[in-house]
Each structure stands twice: as structure tokens, then as C-alpha cells.
Ligand binder design. Structure first.
Ligand code: PHE
Length: 359
């Protein structure tokens, strides 16, 4: 028995040296120290040896057990170190001169459309701003003249987080922050002109026309003496630039608590020129961009005097624009993560393809 115990250390040493991974080592641990392992077996054998030998044998088994435990630790360290070295060597042996297939990547269609629209706005003197996806009740609602319990909150099914924050339901959530950031422009006699594209979230039931995650691009312009005519002229010029053709627009009344008056802006169908076709569901018009004159309460919340300054805001649906641009009929393609589907989009041209469906 004593001999068997002493041999166990050697046996373990041999096997541990051959173990090539932490997983293999774990197997050995079970084999030796597990409930049915060799050490447990020796403990069982203790019962059968004469009493006077029990103490010595017991101590010996304990020593072996401790030896195996510390060997496991040592060997594990060695294994991890070797693995680390192997990874470093592998990284260092990376061959920079290896030819790469540069055509294997592609931009997401929404990125392509967004970048193109951003370029147009930049030429019109607009700053491009970024904003968080997680924000709070104040920025998403209160600062936009939507107090708590206001029925307009029901227009947007909001995802609330356990922290009390929320996922922004529209890019308008950035208005307060951006207005504050550029308020000094006004004092210096310059207008505020900014766009802020971003991902928005609403708890929508997903189907071919609805997504719970989509992209918008908000735009604001604030100055002295801005009127609805400026808004109409600006939207017409901007959209003509976006679609690369003369665009006819019309405004219908629309309700959003942060604009007064508020509008739904439609563009005349670029395919049938207003005559009616499947793309515009025979109406001759496509609903494209809610907009309006910024509500005085929104300016006040951002520290801007509504007696002195006035402005307009609009919310371009980028996901919708991308659907129109590429003739995508099912909105779910965008978030599908399917490279096969998404890599087929290239630099766009803003036309509304035949039979493209209204989202
Ligand atoms: N934020 C509004 C929405 O997502 C759109 C909007 C933006 C309306 C700016 C008016 C002005 O529904």
C-alpha cells in the first residue's frame, strides 16, 4: 500500500507532463483526485491495513494528494504560458504582404444612403452630430414639450431600461443637447444648422414594413426671422438634391408636440410625376418627412429665447429612404445580418423603383 501510494506521485507527474491543455489536466484531476479517483481508492484501502500502519499511510496519502494539487497548478500555469506564447508567435508571424481580397467587404445600405445625404447637408453648411442610443425621459420627451402623462407618449412605444433610462425612440431626443451646444452661434449672429443621424428603437411588432430598430436623420435650423416659407423652400431644395431631380413637395398638417405648426411633408411621386402608380398607391404622393417650426417651449428648454429666435426641424426616415432607394420591399433585410443580402447594395441613386412599396 505504501509503495502504491509513492508510485502514484510518479504516475501523476508523468501523465501531467503529457497533458497539452487545461481540459486534459482537468481530466487528470478527476482521474486522480475525483470521488472515484486513485486517491479515493487508497483512502478506501486504508480500512484493510493493520492499525499501527494506518497513521503513516494516511499521512502519506495526504502528502500525495497535496503534491498532486500543487502539480496541477504548476502544470496549468505552464500550459497557459505556452498557449500565450503560441498566440504571440502566431500574431507576429502575420504576413503583411499577403494579398487581400479588398472586394470582400461592403457598406450597409443605410450607411451608404446616410453618407450621401450627410454630404449634401455639409455643402449647405450643416454640422453633422452624433448622439447616444441610450438617453433619458427628459431628452426624449420632457425637453420636447411632451410632459409626463401626455397622450403623445403613446405614439411611441418606448423601451425602458432597468436603470430608468430608455432607448431613444426618435432622433428628436438629441434636439435639446444640440441646440444647447450651438446656442452660442446665435449670440454671434450665426444660425444653428445641424443634422444628427441615428438609430432609433420602438417596441413595434416586426413585419415587412415595421421594425423595432430603424434609422432617422434629424435636422434643425434656428435663426432670426425664419418662416414656414423658408422651411418649404429648404425642404424642396434639399430633397431635390437628395433625389437628383426637381422635387415637388406638399405639406399636410401633422401633430408633434415639439413643433408648432407641425407638418407631414409629401413628395410628388418621382415615377409617375403625380399621375398615380403602384409605387405611390395611386395617390401621386409619397409621405416622406415629418417637420415643423420648433415649438417655443423646446427653444426655452435649451436656453434659447423664443422671442428672438425661431427655427424648423425635420425627421428624415433613413430606413425608409434606403428602402425607396434600393427598392427593398421588406424592411427586415436591413437588420438581418445576412451578408448575402446586404453586400449587393452599392453606391446609390435616389430613384423610387417601380412597385416599391410604401413603408
Ligand atoms: N421625431 C418625429 C418622429 O419620429 C419626427 C419629427 C421630427 C417631427 C422633427 C417633426 C419634426 O415621429
Amino acid at each position: 500500500m505504501i509503495e502504491k501510494t509513492a508510485n502514484l506521485s510518479n504516475l501523476f507527474k508523468e501523465k501531467a507532463a503529457a497533458a497539452a491543455s487545461s481540459a486534459e489536466l482537468e481530466q487528470l484531476r478527476i482521474e486522480f483526485l475525483g470521488k472515484k479517483g486513485y486517491v479515493a481508492e487508497l483512502m478506501n484501502d486504508l480500512r484493510n491495513i493493520p492499525n499501527e500502519q494506518k497513521k503513516e499511510a494516511g499521512q502519506l496519502i495526504n502528502e500525495v494528494k497535496k503534491f498532486i494539487e500543487s502539480e496541477i497548478q504548476n502544470r496549468n500555469r505552464e500550459i497557459l504560458k505556452a498557449e500565450e506564447l503560441r498566440l504571440v508567435e502566431q500574431a507576429e508571424s502575420y504576413d503583411e504582404s499577403m494579398p487581400v481580397d479588398i472586394n470582400s467587404g461592403s457598406y450597409h445600405p443605410i450607411t451608404l444612403v446616410q453618407r450621401e445625404v450627410e454630404e449634401i447637408f455639409k455643402t449647405m453648411g450643416f454640422a453633422v452630430e452624433d448622439y447616444y442610443e441610450i438617453t433619458d425621459d427628459y431628452n426624449c420627451f420632457e425637453a420636447l414639450n411632451i410632459p409626463k402623462h401626455h397622450p403623445a407618449r403613446d405614439m411611441q412605444d418606448t423601451y425602458y431600461l432597468s436603470t430608468g433610462q430608455l432607448l431613444k425612440t426618435h432622433t428628436s431626443a438629441a434636439q435639446n443637447t444640440i441646440l444647447r451646444k450651438y446656442a452660442k452661434n446665435l449670440e454671434q449672429g450665426n444660425p444653428i444648422r445641424a443634422i444628427f443621424p441615428g438609430r432609433c428603437f420602438r417596441n413595434e411588432k416586426i413585419d415587412a414594413c415595421h421594425e423595432n430598430t430603424f434609422f432617422q436623420m434629424e435636422g434643425i435650423m434656428v435663426d432670426k426671422d425664419i418662416s414656414i416659407s423658408n422651411l418649404i423652400y429648404f425642404m424642396k431644395t434639399m430633397l431635390s438634391e437628395v433625389f437628383q431631380q426637381d422635387i415637388t413637395v406638399r405639406l399636410r398638417p401633422g401633430f408633434f408636440p415639439f413643433v408648432e405648426p407641425g407638418f407631414e411633408l409629401d413628395i410628388q411621386c418621382t415615377i409617375c410625376k403625380g399621375k398615380g402608380c403602384p409605387s405611390c398607391k395611386d395617390s401621386g404622393w409619397l409621405e416622406l418627412c415629418p417637420c415643423g417650426m420648433i415649438h417655443p417651449n423646446v427653444l426655452t428648454a435649451a436656453g434659447i429665447d423664443p422671442e428672438k429666435y425661431i427655427g424648423f426641424a425635420f425627421g428624415l426616415g433613413m430606413t425608409r429612404l434606403a428602402m425607396m432607394t434600393y427598392g427593398v420591399k421588406d424592411i427586415r433585410v436591413f437588420n438581418s445580418g445576412s451578408l448575402k443580402a446586404l453586400s449587393q447594395f452599392t453606391e446609390k441613386s435616389f430613384t423610387v423603383p417601380e412597385e416599391s412599396k410604401e413603408a
